[in-house]
Design a protein around this ligand. Structure first.
Ligand code: JHZ
Length: 393
C-alpha cells in the first residue's frame, strides 16, 4: 500500500519555462505529493503528468551544460570499455549526447524522445531514435543484433511504466548483456533533506532496496553498485539477467543495502521524520531570505534548475527575494521560472559590485561553480543553499 508522507503543494511543470508573452496566462499546476510503498519500498510522487507534456520537442535541459556531467560520462565510458568491452550499446535517454559521444559511432545508438535534443546528436552523426523507449522500438533497434550494454542515466526515474521499460530492456539485451542504470540516491536525498529531488519529472527516487524488488519481477539482478557524486549523490547500478552466471553479486551491493536498512529506508517512520525536516528547512530558508530583504541586499539565483522550481514554489519565494537567475542554457535564457516567474538571464561571471548573495539553484554543482566564481568569493561574495540545511556559505 502506498502511504503519503510529503505534500509540496501545487506545482507547475518544472521544465516549462515561461515566455515573456505568456506571463499573463495561468500555468498548469498539479499537486506534488510523495508516498512510500511498504510492499516494495518504492518512493514515488502520487500524481503524475503525461510524458508528452514533459518530454517533447521543447525540452530545455542539456546534460552537457556542466563540466561535472561531461567528465563523469567520460570517466564512465573509459571504465565500460575496460570492464565490459561492449560492441553494441544502447543509451536510453541520450539527451544531447554527453555520454554517447565518448564511443565510436558504429558501436552506439541513442534513444531520445525530445526531438530538439535528438537532433543535436544526429547532427554529430550518432544514430538516434527520437521515440519513447518501448518494446516496439527495442525490437526495431535490435532486429539484427542484441545489445551487450544498455545504459540509462537519470531516465528510469522519469518513466512510469516499468513493465514496458523492462520488457523492452530484456528483449534488447543479449543473454550476457549488462544494464547500467544511474539515478539519484534516495538515501542521499533524505540525508541531504534535498526535497527538491521531487518534481513532476522525478516520478521515483530509488533506493537499492526498491530497485532490487522491481528488478526481481523482470528476472534482473543488481551485481555491483557505485556511489557517484553527480546530482547530489547518485547510485550507478550494474545489472544482469538473473540466469547469467558470469558475474557474482559483490559486496558493494550488500553494503549499500545494509546502509539503507540502517537508515531505515524500509520504514514509513523514516519518511515521516524526513517530512518534518523538510518543513523546518522551509522555515529556515524563508528566515534567511526575509533577513536579507530587510537588509536590502541584492540576491540572484545560479542555475535555473528543475529542482529550483520545487523549492521556490514550495517556499513561496519570488522576485522580491531573488532578482533573477543566471543560467548557461540557451533554451532557458530570457524565459521565466515556472510559478515564481523569476527571469533567467544569460550567465556572466559573478561580480560582487553587482550582486551581494547568490542562491545556488544548482547546489549539486557547488564545487564546479565555486571553482568558476573564485574572484567573486575572494571579494567576499556569498552563496545561499538549502542543502543539507539552509545557510549562507
Ligand atoms: P541540473 C534536470 O534537473 C532535469 P535539474 C532532469 N529531470 C534530471 O533528472 C536532471 O536534470 C538530471 C545550469 N548551470 O543538472 C545548467 C549553469 O548555468 O542540476 C542547468 O540549467 N552554470 C532531466 O534542472 C542547471 O544549471 C553552471 O556552471 O535540476 C543545472 O541543472 C552549471 C554547472 C550549471 O538539473
Amino acid at each position: 500500500m502506498i502511504k503519503k508522507f510529503l505534500d509540496l503543494g501545487y506545482q507547475p511543470l518544472a521544465n516549462s519555462y515561461v515566455l515573456k508573452k505568456n506571463l499573463k496566462y495561468k500555468e498548469k499546476k498539479f499537486k506534488l505529493e510523495v508516498g512510500f510503498d511498504n510492499k516494495n519500498f518504492l518512493v514515488s510522487i502520487l500524481k503524475t503528468v503525461s510524458k508528452e507534456m514533459m518530454f517533447n520537442k521543447d525540452y530545455p535541459y542539456k546534460s552537457s551544460e556542466s563540466n561535472t556531467m561531461k567528465s563523469s560520462f567520460k570517466d564512465l565510458s573509459k571504465k565500460i570499455k575496460k570492464r565490459f568491452n561492449p560492441k553494441f550499446i544502447i543509451e536510453i535517454g541520450s539527451n544531447d549526447g554527453a555520454f554517447i559521444k565518448n564511443f565510436n559511432r558504429k558501436n552506439v545508438v541513442g534513444v531520445e524522445p525530445c526531438k530538439n535534443l535528438a537532433q543535436i546528436t544526429r547532427q554529430k552523426k550518432y544514430t538516434t531514435y527520437s521515440e519513447y523507449w518501448s518494446q516496439k522500438l527495442s525490437k526495431k533497434i535490435t532486429k539484427n543484433k542484441k545489445a551487450d550494454l544498455i545504459y540509462s542515466a537519470n531516465t528510469l526515474s522519469h518513466i512510469e511504466n516499468f513493465n514496458e521499460i523492462f520488457k523492452a530492456i530484456n528483449n534488447a539485451l543479449s543473454h550476457r548483456g549488462i544494464l547500467i542504470l544511474e539515478d539519484p540516491s534516495l538515501l542521499k536525498c533524505l540525508q541531504n533533506v534535498a526535497y527538491d529531488q521531487f518534481y513532476c519529472e522525478h516520478i521515483y527516487v530509488f533506493s537499492t532496496l526498491a530497485l532490487r524488488e522491481i528488478l526481481k519481477n523482470y528476472k534482473l539482478e543488481i551485481f555491483d553498485i557505485e556511489n557517484t557524486k553527480t546530482h547530489g549523490g547518485s547510485n550507478r547500478y550494474f545489472i544482469k539477467k538473473s540466469n547469467n552466471n558470469s558475474y557474482k553479486i559483490n559486496d558493494n551491493v550488500k553494503n549499500e543495502i545494509k546502509k539503507e536498512l540502517r537508515f531505515g529506508l524500509n520504514k514509513f517512520s523514516t519518511y515521516q521524520k524526513f517530512e518534518r525536516k523538510v518543513k523546518t528547512s522551509k522555515k529556515k530558508l524563508l528566515k534567511i531570505f526575509n533577513e536579507l530583504n530587510k537588509k536590502n541586499l541584492k540576491v540572484i539565483g545560479y542555475g535555473a534548475t528543475a529542482k529550483s522550481c520545487t523549492v521556490l514554489n514550495y517556499c513561496g519565494l519570488g522576485i522580491k527575494n531573488i532578482k533573477y537567475f543566471f543560467d548557461t542554457t540557451s533554451y532557458k535564457i530570457n524565459k521565466y521560472l515556472p510559478g515564481s516567474k523569476i527571469l533567467i538571464r544569460k550567465y556572466k561571471k559573478l561580480d560582487s559590485n553587482e550582486v551581494d548573495l547568490v542562491y545556488l539553484g544548482a547546489w549539486n554543482f557547488k564545487e564546479e561553480i565555486f571553482k568558476k566564481e573564485q574572484s567573486f568569493i575572494k571579494k567576499g561574495g556569498r552563496f545561499i543553499t538549502h542543502v543539507p540545511y539552509p545557510k549562507i556559505i
